[in-house]
Design a protein around this ligand. Sequence first.
Ligand code: DC
Length: 213
Amino acid sequence: MQPDVITLDGPAASGKSSVARLVAARLGRTYVNTGNMYRAMTWAVLAQGVDPANPESVRAAAAAVQLDSPVADGQTQVRVDGRVLTTDDLNSDAVNAGVSLVARVPEVRERLVSDQRALVALGPLVMEGRDIGSVVFPDSRLKFYIDASEEVRAARRRAQGHADQVAERDRLDSTRKSSPLVVPEGAQVIDNSHLTLEQAVEVVLAGVAERLA
Ligand code: DC
């Protein structure tokens, strides 16, 4: 059976989180931000004093972390060892700097991909990330890839108050061996550089309606 998941993939700060959240609200679907799951794992690994650049230590530390995804207000949150992490926890400079390193460890990816697949039990989803249409739900009919120019993405990141190295994270995310960022087969590509948020949401909603017709 086909999973009832709208997948949205794309590079850092392409605007996909805002688009995904609104699409989910419009369609009454649960919104899942998988970047936050990788961020939570990074937070937990850092809390154990582990260097994210050391894959062996990351693998061992991650295996001990309890992570789950309770739903509140139509979206999943991330809970680590019983504590729901805040936006500040998930977007700290240390997490920004370490998350691409943690996310390239194959055992971390296998574990989180399996957790992400299990979330279909929640009902219809909008799930965003880097490998959702390519690896997590390759059989979905509702795949989208949201892109934006590097300049626009860096400006959006600055406007959010994050001094994040977007270009460096993209380089790591696109060149890693395990599930690199790619345009999933069958995905509708949307260049969001010159669209308003509302326009981008409308393009996705029209694409969903067309594919379901
Ligand atoms: O979407 P984001 O920028 O919050 O994601 C944080 C990092 O997590 C990103 O640099 C790569 C990784 N990630 C991933 O590897 N696979 C996903 N499905 C989602 C995020």
